[in-house]
Design a binder for this molecule. Sequence first.
Ligand SMILES: Nc1ncnc2c1ncn2[C@@H]1O[C@H](COP(=O)(O)OP(=O)(O)OP(=O)(O)O)[C@@H](O)[C@H]1O
Length: 593
Amino acid sequence: MADIQHAIKYFAKYLKRYWLALSFVAIVTIASTYFQVKAPVYMGKAITELSTYLSQYLNPQTHAIASKTPFYHALEAMMIFFTLTAATMFISSFISSRISSEASGRMRIGLFAKLQRMTIKYFDTHQDGEILSLFTSDLDNIFNAMNQAIFQLLSQFALFVGIIIMMFQQNVKLAWVTMASTPVAIIVAWFVISRARKYIDTQQDETGRMNGYINEQINGEKIIITQGLQQESIANFGPYNERVKQATFKGQMYSGMLFPLMQGLSLLNLAIVIFFGSWLIVHDGMDKSVGLGLIVVFVNYSQQYYQPITQITSIYNMLQLAVTGARRLSDVHEQAEEVNPESGQKLTNLKSGVTLENIHFGYNDDKEILHGVSIDVKKGEMIALVGPTGSGKTTVMNLLNRFYDVTEGSVKFDGIDVRQLDLKSLRDHVGIVLQESVLFSGTVADNIKFGEPNATKEEMIDAAKQANIHDFIMTLPEGYQTKVDDENSVFSTGQKQLLSIARTILTNPDFLILDEATSNVDTVTEAKIQAAMDNVIAGRTSFVIAHRLKTILGADKIVVLKDGRVIEKGSHQELVAEGGFYSELYHNQMVFD
Ligand SMILES: Nc1ncnc2c1ncn2[C@@H]1O[C@H](COP(=O)(O)OP(=O)(O)OP(=O)(O)O)[C@@H](O)[C@H]1O
């Protein structure tokens, strides 16, 4: 029920601007239904007139007055009504397709824009595939429902009511006969559809599990190959595939049963209607011509009568998928957004520095990660943050750029709390080089100029040179115009980071955060990264998360973090002389290096 409320609110939000067009569709649909249910009346009339004409024509006494004109009139009216039915159906289907593609386009933009306003927490707690499926399966389901199901629901319901009214207008007894089998039809349709739905749900679940397995195996392909586990991987895939196959077969079997079953019931109904109609002519003293016409009318109605029942039950599934999709999308729209203070202070240039004052923070309420961390970064200084894995280094970085808000304490730029700073001006002055560098689809040049699209070619090349990646780019067949994306990259991990450093250099940030990624690269690239980092750091206030201690020997201050607490602070020499945790860490690393 809550799902339906969410879905209604969501649809109302996006469809209300089309109320005029939607009202027009409703009116045209009702008109179309009227033409559709009225046409058989003229068909019956044509038969009655034809029958009257034939009996007059074949009777010598009335032969002279026999006229085909009334028959032709009825035929004309029937053709007009059929044509009007087709024309109005086309108009309403055209307009509703237009509305649904416009509305789903707006929904797509709304969702994309919402994601851009979302907090990092949302992306940290949701998988890429899950987010992507909002755009693919959920929006597709909503579009299908708007395009077909909602229009169908309206037109089929109107048709159902229209046929019943017309049948009672034409002949009450035959109307009751035609409708007598309705409960059987509804029960049969409902039974078949609910069985089909059950297996279609199972099929979706099983497909989800199978995809999860495929995803995991593809991600772990290198390990599978190195361990020679390909056969085991195939063998384990078998049961997943088998379950999908079984559920697909059963789902398709039941949904495939619906139409033949309803067709059978409709034919049975037809036979009953014809039988009872002829009984009325013989036993109820009905005029033969009128009776024949009436039988034709009811043959038509009884054929049409089952159509809404079949259609409405079969689109139920489509509607349910759309309701679930709308609920999932409205959940996304209800998620918290990044809080940008109204008339927040603008950061112009960093004047004194950045401070972290007694920071407490946890990603969840039940677990605190940082317990009172204080760090002072003076303008122009390079501060290095070191510590064992899981000690909270990345977490500190997340707070510096206001990806998350602290629970207690404050992060200040020039003495101003980041929560009072205009977010854009904060981010404009902070440059980040992440451990994992991302390439966007486009050329190498597009990637370097990503944060500064108006930079000149010279500025771009200068940034690439400072980042030690220019020479490599020049070896590519199309140089800076080489096409890349994250999947199809000509760059190694280390080179990607160099490119990312070039991108940051070009934005010329006041304050730099570097999450060092030297752990997985060869020594030549490591040296290049080191030189590039030295270039980007020069003359800037910077904060480096270091994994390799030899990269931070020249830091103005090294802060050692352990279990979310600062345990040591000082220059390299001071810390080594202290003989504490850092000193031990340093000597251990030197042994391995
Ligand atoms: N998005 C998150 N949600 C919940 N907990 C998180 C999240 N990110 C990190 N943590 C937890 O916070 C703690 C500190 O993690 P953090 O990534 O800051 O450590 P780190 O010092 O950067 O580690 P590493 O050197 O391995 O990168 C860890 O216990 C981790 O499990």
